[in-house]
Ligand binder design. Structure first.
Ligand code: AMP
Length: 469
């Protein structure tokens, strides 16, 4: 197994990595670092969670070592490396990583992003910094204000380029690149490569080496589980899972900002401390929510894809797809936030009938089906406790669970299984008509066949999963 030292990194950087507990390089680091140390341009296909930040930051830092100095004059600290990210959260996290990797070398870094008072960033810029992490809009504000100069930049990194494209940053990017010296090293990372990204790469990169870390591979340490459920019962099911399995640090993805707010409110009403982050929240609100979530004082963070982009929380244990993403690659991005760097994680998807088409795309992309686990009391096809006509007897939840040889990693984790919901309502939501049936009452209920034709998944002979006692 390759070591960081074998990749050619300097002792001061190795010391920082050692202190951070990075024992061996990840595949993308192994490939990118030696090439980038030589100063070659790189086009990387890698998503968050693969260790791509260190892959571009470590060689960038090493190549700046000859410029590292403790001088006090700002002129001794011109911006030499520029790292652009689509979101403020990602910018903050990248800069935190850069700070950690440079803890033993006198290189200065700063992050600038919009949504906060620009005047707070100016004094630090004036003191001089070598590594600037920025979102494109705020960087251009500084350029316009003449509060920073980019004429000595020798390294450019574009992180999550496809997201920058999605968020409409392409014109800003082009303006920024035009301000940089032409002699420089370029590294561009993207999870997807639509036509516009390829064109951007052509225009920015100089005969790059293409490095790919299989984008359809989800981390092996992530257990993926899918609960088929009626869409109106998702909130109850989520609260039920969180409470009965005592889940903590749960990152929940919703499709809309409205849904995001609503879900956080309802979880709070159900006694589960939650907050929402999305594009309409102020930067202060987002940072506050993220900090509380990271510190473990807030149990659930509900987020939209854009707001959650790049969120990096050490060993995040649970990611929930409350709404399935419409784009299969977003699924991989989302669940990439758990099970990182060897930590165990679980990705839980709540799937309603109308989402089965997205499910198929996801399964195609990841190359395997997601195991459906029906939570007793939350069977799909039933919005609330229904007027059942016929129902197969519920399995005895105390009976021994059958061997499931197909998912060894799940068994090894021995994560507690979903349990039937308690009788008391999980939400105070006005539309909530009834609580989930208890185990005791269940056998007397009979199932009503779904009124309309349902997708194969919802008809499939999946057995309800029994709760493990
Ligand atoms: P990234 O994909 O850059 O967002 O990194 C994902 C997470 O993995 C971050 O928390 C990093 O600190 C961590 N990480 C990156 N590289 C390594 C490594 N070689 N060993 C251990 N942890 C790492």
């Amino acid at each position: 197994m390759t070591t960081f030292a074998e990749l050619g990194l300097a002792p001061d950087i190795l010391r920082a990595l050692d202190e951070m507990g990075y024992a061996t390089p990840t595949p993308i680091q192994e490939q990118v670092i030696p090439l980038a140390l030589k100063g070659g341009d790189i086009l990387g296909a890698a998503q968050t969670g693969t260790g791509k930040t260190a892959a571009f930051a470590l060689p960038l830092i090493q190549r700046l070592l000859p410029f590292a100095n403790s001088g006090t004059s700002p002129a001794k600290h011109p911006i030499r490396a520029l790292i652009l990210t689509p979101t403020r959260e990602l910018a903050i996290q990248v800069e935190e990583s850069v700070k950690a990797y440079t803890r033993h070398v006198p290189l200065r870094s700063l992050v600038v992003y919009g949504g906060v008072n620009i005047n707070t960033q100016i004094p630090i810029l004036k003191t001089g910094i070598e590594i600037l992490v920025a979102t494109p809009g705020r960087l251009l504000d500084h350029v316009q204000n003449k509060t920073l100069m980019l004429n000595q930049v020798n390294t450019l990194v574009l992180d999550e380029a496809d997201r920058m494209l999605d968020m409409g940053f392409m014109p800003d990017l082009k303006r920024i690149v035009a301000l940089l010296p032409t002699q420089r090293v370029n590294m561009m990372f993207s999870a997807t490569f639509p036509e516009e990204i390829r064109k951007l790469a052509d225009s920015i990169l100089n005969t790059p080496t293409f490095i790919e870390v299989a984008r359809n591979e989800t981390a092996v340490t992530v257990t993926q589980v899918m609960h088929p459920v009626h869409h109106e019962r998702k909130r109850q099911l989520l609260a039920h899972l969180i409470k009965s399995r005592d889940l903590r640090q749960v990152l929940v993805f919703t499709g809309t900002k409205l849904g995001c707010n609503r879900l956080a409110n309802e979880l709070n009403k159900a006694g589960i401390h939650a907050d929402a982050i999305h594009g309409d929240k102020t930067q202060q609100e987002r940072i506050k929510a993220l900090d509380a979530f990271k510190a473990g004082t807030m149990r659930v963070l509900v987020a939209t894809d854009v707001a959650a982009r790049g969120i990096d929380i050490e060993a995040l244990p649970y990611v929930v797809n409350y709404d399935l993403p419409h784009n299969a690659e977003d699924y991989v991005h989302r669940i990439g936030r758990t099970g990182r760097a060897g930590a165990l994680g679980e990705a839980i998807s709540l799937v309603s009938e109308s989402e089965t088409r997205y499910l198929k795309d996801i399964e195609k992309l990841i190359g395997s089906p997601l195991e459906p686990v029906i939570v007793p009391g939350f069977e799909p096809g039933a919005a609330d406790v229904p007027a059942y006509e016929s129902r197969p007897p519920r399995p005895d939840r105390h009976a021994e669970r059958p061997e499931r040889l197909d998912r060894p990693e799940r068994r090894e984790r021995s994560a507690p299984r979903p349990r039937p919901a308690p009788r008391d309502a999980l939400f105070d939501a006005p539309y909530e008509q009834s609580s989930a049936p208890s185990v005791a009452s269940a056998p007397t209920l009979v199932r009503q066949p779904p009124k309309k034709q349902v997708a194969a998944l919802f008809r499939s002979p999946v057995k309800p999963d029994t709760a493990e006692s």
